[in-house]
Design a protein around this ligand. Sequence first.
Ligand SMILES: [Zn+2]
Ligand SMILES: [Zn+2]
Length: 367
Amino acid sequence: MEFKAAVLERVGAPLAVRTVKAGALGPFDVGVRMRASGLCHTDLEAMHGAVATRVPAVLGHEGAGIVDAVGAAVTAVKPGDHVVCSWNPHCGHCFYCEQDVPILCDRHIGAHRDGTIGDGAPRLALDGAPLHHFMAVSSHAEYAVVTEASAIKVPAEIPFDRACLIGCGVMTGVGGAVRMARVSPGASALVVGCGAVGLNAVQGAVIARAEPIIAVDLSAHRLELARKLGATDLLNPTRDDVIARVRQLTHGRGADFAFEAGGGEAPLQLTLEAARPGGTIVILGKTDPSKHVSLRFGSLMGEKRIVRSSYGNARPQRDFPWLARLYLEGKLKLDELIDRRIALDEINEGFDGVKQGSLVRAVIQFS
Ligand SMILES: [Zn+2]
Ligand SMILES: [Zn+2]
């Protein structure tokens, strides 16, 4: 099968929309006609080399579409099903899956590194040579081949451009609050950084019935979005003494649950300082993994529980249909997260917007 895909040919180059090929499906493969694919910051990190990626590769890991065909052993989905792709396929019975940390699944952990969907063999080709997957999905393309554990059926009523967001940013943020931190009703929540992940951590805090929900960002526009999604108090470090204000709002103690979603040293330090003694800190933001960060040691003390999460402790089979239903019931806001809808050919302009920080989400729509 031939189709158009956005290919990263080498690190540092813009993406090239090329005609690529997919071979016959393996027994556990699912062929998906992509209908929408979100532009996530992690794609940009791959383009700039901050995330190690085998090239050439088809980028994209936040996709939704319709199942076109399935391999002979696939039982979870059938042609015609609407699916959201998970970038964390997991086997369910290895050491880490049994420890309830499926993000580290022994069977699939190598897939991202190797640019495959799990079993080593490339599924795509460009000019007759192997073409790698990115994060086991490669959704910036008209068609994708994913493994069965990555094709998660969702209700057909949810529009594709909103459904795709569940596959990364929504899952990571909502899951960070609900699945990883397990925010309790009435607890205070602080979210530092209101990009796609932080805004969804705000939504996770709303779902968990936290109060107050304090959002911190440098952008008035993003703070306004946080308010629309349920934040009760908005703080801008250029104007507010964030730590003092958080303490005022939390009986002088600091936040019960604090989420770092800004990336880098300053947001991380602020999050640690603004959490209360004994509070829970979830680090969702990213810094170049090769870089050292410097933190005030005292801010790590006080019996704080500090965890890092890449995917909000996702169980995609459990969580994606749940998140889709929340949207359909009006309890999860997705329309507000999309700034721009683009065609595949406009992908580089879309990533320019992601780089400038002017977009929460641009979504590629395929006809
Ligand atoms: Zn992502
Ligand atoms: Zn596993």
